[in-house]
Design a protein around this ligand. Sequence first.
Ligand code: NAD
Length: 353
Amino acid sequence: MREPFIYKGTIPRIVFGVGTISMVAEELHYLDRRKALVLSTPFQEKDAQRLAEQLGSACAGLFNGAMMHTPVDVTIEALRVFSDKGADCVISLGGGSTIGLGKAIAYRTDAPQLVIATTYAGSEVTPILGQTENGIKTTVRDASILPETVIYDPELTYDLPVNMTVTSGLNAMAHAVEGLYAQDRNPVSSMMAMEGIAALHEALPAIVGDPRNPAARTDALYGSWLCGVVLGAVGMALHHKICHTLGGSFDLPHSETHAILLPHTVAYTEAAVPHLLEPVAALLGTDRAAPGLYDFALGIGAPTRLQDFGLAAEDLDKATDIAMRNPYWNPRPLEATAIREMLQMAWEGARPA
Ligand code: NAD
């Protein structure tokens, strides 16, 4: 019998397709905005510069100092530029780091955000902001944080390096996988989750073989949008908690950590709810989702060992302790010994059963 559910749509306006970068001015007009501050990382400064030229007088200025984990001092600097230039909205061109900065500005000013998403992390469709101050990362959820408009132009992802494509794609799949067993899942979020996983499952191997393949890049971006919506719509569980712990306390890189841990956190949880992960196992052609996800990740060249990203063997006990504190709800309750064993497997890169 169908389970009871609550559904609340929180999707920004989505403009999707090859060449849609040319629609930025039109979309600013739709938002009734005239002076955009364009945000980027130093790495994507040239793309931001091109966009500024395209916008002409609708561009108030550029700020290219976006950084991973949204440091508050960078936000303060960007807010000063936002105010000095008389900007009335932000355009975030990039991945989760740049989008985080745009969200941090919007949270403090209520400025509308237009995002041009260039990775698969999914932040552009969530009302969640993680920011760091004095080495501590905190997360806030607020309606002002959800961007108003997102442009997905697959052409902007053709040069996303293959290793980042793989880990970012697995990061997206992790949102959808956790969405399937979320406590507040609903038929729409589960449908989006499976569609997103399937799109990425098909697209990622094709991109590894041909990184500028337009169809595969389009499918991957489509899948990442759906996975991002799931992340914003329902609660995440053990996998996101552990990744948050390892990123925040041991400075492990975001998408690589997601990519390595996904098969292991799924193995842990699948033991309690195999039926909820059965569609993933079926898609992967395995009895269980966890080993299928491991084989898939390995096959597309994803990293598999936490030890390769600066986590020392002696950190595993501490990581277990932190993960056990204030745990997110998980279908299988957290047991310290089993979590420690799971982390050991991910540290070694072993294949989960
Ligand atoms: P990122 O934004 O840090 O990007 C990594 C690097 O790749 C940057 O130098 C960036 O400029 C470059 N890059 C991005 N797109 C590119 C492209 N198409 N071609 C070439 N280079 C490109 O990485 P990310 O994984 O997208 O984001 C990670 C951050 O996002 C973390 O801080 C994480 O916590 C946050 N995040 C937040 C949410 C949320 O809902 N709040 C969701 C997911 C991730």
